[in-house]
Design a protein around this ligand. Structure first.
Ligand SMILES: Cc1cc2nc3c(=O)[nH]c(=O)nc-3n(C[C@H](O)[C@H](O)[C@H](O)COP(=O)(O)OP(=O)(O)OC[C@H]3O[C@@H](n4cnc5c(N)ncnc54)[C@H](O)[C@@H]3O)c2cc1C
Length: 337
């Protein structure tokens, strides 16, 4: 386990931003992770997973700990359910494929989301009508201050829309080392009601889809709509879909009656941020090497040599224009570093 100074991070963030870590270490075992945390107690640390949910606007003036813990196992199983545990450094999509191959159902709608298993609870990743909280059983984490191992139950994680306790009161206090999911082994709950899944399956002539069919359909849809970070730097949806009060929504809707929306309850309405951004004319626009993706206005992209600051400036320009146009504030989903 080697600690490297001035380590380049371009390959460690999917935006492909050129930045450096003051110090960098990759840990492959819990023992090494604990050792590093103990030795560098009280110092500035930064925990890195797959780098797919961050915008680096500067060098990281800290010891970057790249969590590269590997392994997965079935920890418990009965006739209908399996509890499957994966270590934090496992690639998420590969883990989803492993579950599908072993006939463990519940994660297929989250196919092809970049990043690592250990990061999935942090923003309660979600797509195609499913969130991690739907199958989450628990996660293990190491307390950075004491190096004690703690288990967090689903209730303790306080999951919300792209939110959890790890983004709130426990931000930067724990390193998540593994996550355990409760998955079906029979009677899978196939969910094709969201987006284009049903149409994609019908086009393939599939009427009784398996979890494998659903995973493949979602993978194909995502590949057709979202840029592959290996080809075009990005961090997925840059903004969250704003959840606003009915009063605020009605004010905006009066002026913009075509605004799509989903009523959540008696108080709140969710509005698709991509639509708001598109209406403001940003879709497909390029400013130097920073831009807004041509197929999905929620995704900001790096055409090659954009700096993090240029992407951040573009995001602020979008936020201001959306607010000035609709009176609706949109918030970044991506972690700005
Ligand atoms: C093309 C594309 C599509 C995407 N689609 C979706 C989508 O559909 N739904 C969705 O929810 N997200 C999506 N994302 C965002 C991203 O994939 C997820 O948020 C993912 O969970 C981030 O994982 P990561 O390992 O890359 O996190 P990183 O970017 O490495 O880290 C994110 C944050 O978590 C912290 N962190 C990382 N690992 C740990 C750990 N082990 N313990 C404690 N803290 C840690 C970091 O310090 C940082 O603050 C997409 C991204 C891309 C590029």
């Amino acid at each position: 386990m080697e600690i490297i100074s001035q380590h380049p991070l371009k390959k460690y963030n999917t935006f492909g931003i050129s930045a450096f870590a003051k110090q960098f270490v990759s840990v492959q075992s819990i023992a090494d992770l604990t050792k590093v945390l103990k030795k560098h107690k009280g110092e500035k640390l930064f925990i890195l997973g797959g780098g797919s949910n961050m915008l680096l606007t500067q060098d990281i003036d800290a010891l970057v700990i790249h969590v590269d813990l590997k392994g997965k196992e079935v920890v418990w199983q009965d006739a209908e359910t399996a509890h499957v545990k994966a270590m934090a450094g496992e690639n998420w999509h590969e883990f989803v494929l492993y579950c599908i191959d072993h006939n463990f159902g519940g994660l297929e709608n989250l196919s092809l989301i970049p990043g690592n298993v250990g990061t999935t609870p942090i923003q309660n990743i979600g797509a195609y009508g499913t969130e991690i909280k739907d199958t989450f059983i628990s996660c293990e984490a190491i307390d950075i201050a004491t190096q004690q191992t703690v288990t967090f139950t689903k209730e303790e994680c306080n999951f919300g829309y792209r939110e959890s306790i790890f983004k709130g009161t426990l931000k930067d206090k724990y390193v998540i080392t593994s996550v355990t999911f409760g998955l079906t082994t029979t009677n899978h709950k196939i969910n094709t009601s969201y987006g284009d899944i049903a149409a994609e399956l019908t086009a393939k002539g599939i009427t009784l889809p398996t979890i494998k069919d659903v995973g493949a359909a979602i993978t194909a849809i995502r590949q057709s709509k979202l840029p592959d970070p290996k080809e075009l730097g990005n961090s997925g949806s840059f903004f969250k879909n704003p959840i606003i009060t009915i009063d605020n929504f009605e004010r905006a809707y009066l002026l913009h009656p075509t605004m799509p929306h989903y009523t959540l309850d008696d108080t709140y309405v969710k509005v698709p941020a991509g639509w708001l951004i598109e209406q403001c004319g940003f879709k497909g626009k390029r400013f130097g090497d920073a831009g807004v993706h041509a197929k999905q206005a929620l995704v900001l992209v790096n055409y090659g040599n954009a700096t993090g600051q240029e992407i951040l400036d573009l995001s602020k320009n979008i936020q201001k224009t959306v607010f000035d146009t609709f009176g609706i504030a949109i918030e970044a989903e991506v972690n700005i570093i």
